[in-house]
Design a protein around this ligand. Structure first.
Ligand SMILES: NC(=O)c1ccc[n+]([C@@H]2O[C@H](COP(=O)([O-])OP(=O)(O)OC[C@H]3O[C@@H](n4cnc5c(N)ncnc54)[C@H](O)[C@@H]3O)[C@@H](O)[C@H]2O)c1
Length: 349
């Protein structure tokens, strides 16, 4: 039976990859993207989706209850997949207001309208509100600490992670108090196509191609666990299909890297691409490689982010055991695909 999904934030990085993944897997489903198109949203990310008969894009704000009510009434959603958020930690330090509004009040508005339609109106046979959250809600780990599990206490350190933690608690409360059928995934750092250029991996790629310095915070020793975005989309699909209601799933790649090592790998990988494909010299004439130099020369350590969390790591046992989820990409295959995508984007203008 086909489903009717509301995907919030579907013009952003993970949301748009999810739309491509979902429409490819379930072409008969109705999929409505609601996205405000902030600086982070880009309708181009959804190029190709409108070829599917039941795909709709709506520009709007998740904080706007009347928009949500109209969409629920029109499309009788049975599933919400909630990606919309302000997502950049640095911006949450320089301007937290939008994080409180979208991440907390926006999630609250969505929960209110979902409750109104699914529990008080004419209920659909089954419903699910899936909330996409982050491992950052658990705070920071030391080098030897065990990875975050679903029972790790919350200890958010930035306005971003605090706002996501608040939204997680609201989702939990709507399940516990009102019986809304929810699930939450707390995921590690994603990488892959369609990510905004402000984030570490696309930023590094762009800087190498333009021969500009690559800023690396502190001494580059901060550690993150990285997951290829399509693997994240598959994990959400598994949670929707066979995850239990009310449950939280930590999704990770078992793939911890120091920031400086990530940047170095990307420099080396792109230099190898230049070496094996001479035609790229026409597209990227400024790249250091063409002067017989290494792109690693561009690395520039800059003043550390305020309150920078040292390490995040995910214990993926629950996803392995309960959902049989394992990432399909390892870092080397995933980063090769990612770099290939950015090179192609740039050469296509
Ligand atoms: N990127 C990661 O590594 C990562 C890791 C774990 C969890 N997450 C979570 O996944 C979700 C998606 O992250 P992303 O990296 O794709 O973010 P993103 O910043 O690339 O995209 C966010 C999208 O939400 C839209 N949006 C923002 N405010 C809105 C509002 N008020 N109403 C409607 N749309 C709005 C933006 O226009 C954009 O399209 C977020 O909830 C984030 O917290 C991200």
């Amino acid at each position: 039976m086909s489903r009717s999904l509301l995907v919030t934030g579907g013009a952003g990085f993970i949301g748009s990859n999810f739309c491509h993944y979902w429409l490819n897997a379930y072409p008969a489903d109705t999929l409505v993207v609601l996205d405000k198109l902030t600086y982070a949203g880009n309708e181009e990310n959804l190029k190709g989706c409108s070829e599917y008969q039941h795909f709709h894009f709506v520009r709007g704000d998740i904080c706007d209850q009347s928009t949500l009510e109209a969409l629920f009434a029109q499309h009788c959603f049975d599933t919400v997949v909630h990606f919309a958020a302000e997502s950049h930690v640095d911006r949450s330090i320089s301007g937290p207001d939008a994080f409180i509004e979208t991440n907390i009040l926006g999630t609250y508005a969505l929960l209110k309208v979902a409750k109104q339609f699914w529990l008080e109106g004419s209920p659909v046979p089954s419903h699910r509100f899936h909330h996409v959250s982050t491992d950052e809600v658990y705070g920071s780990l030391g080098a030897e600490d065990p990875a975050f599990s679903e029972t790790t206490a919350y200890a958010p350190n930035s306005p971003y992670s605090a706002s996501k933690a608040s939204s997680d608690h609201l989702v939990r409360a709507y399940a516990h108090t009102f019986g809304l059928r929810v699930s939450t995934s707390n995921c590690s750092n994603n990488y892959g196509p369609r990510q905004h250029a402000e984030k570490l991996i696309p930023l590094t790629i762009q800087k190498i191609l333009n021969a500009e310095t690559i800023p690396v915070y502190g001494n580059g020793s901060n550690i993150r666990d990285w997951l290829y975005v399509e693997d994240h989309c598959r994990a959400i699909d598994l949670i929707l299909q066979s995850g239990d209601e009310g449950e939280v799933y930590n999704v990770g790649g078992e793939n911890e890297w120091r920031n400086i090592d990530i940047v170095t790998v990307i420099c080396e990988h792109i230099d190898q691409r230049f070496a094996s494909d001479v035609s790229l010299a026409n597209e990227y004439p400024r790249a250091l490689f063409h002067q017989g130099r290494s792109s690693t020369e561009l690395i520039n350590f800059v003043q550390d982010r305020a309150g920078h969390d040292y390490r995040y790591a995910i214990d993926p046992s629950k996803c392995h055991d309960k959902l049989a989820f394992r990432p399909e990409e390892d870092f080397h295959s995933g980063i090769a695909k990612t770099i290939h995508w950015y090179l192609k984007q740039n050469t296509q203008g």
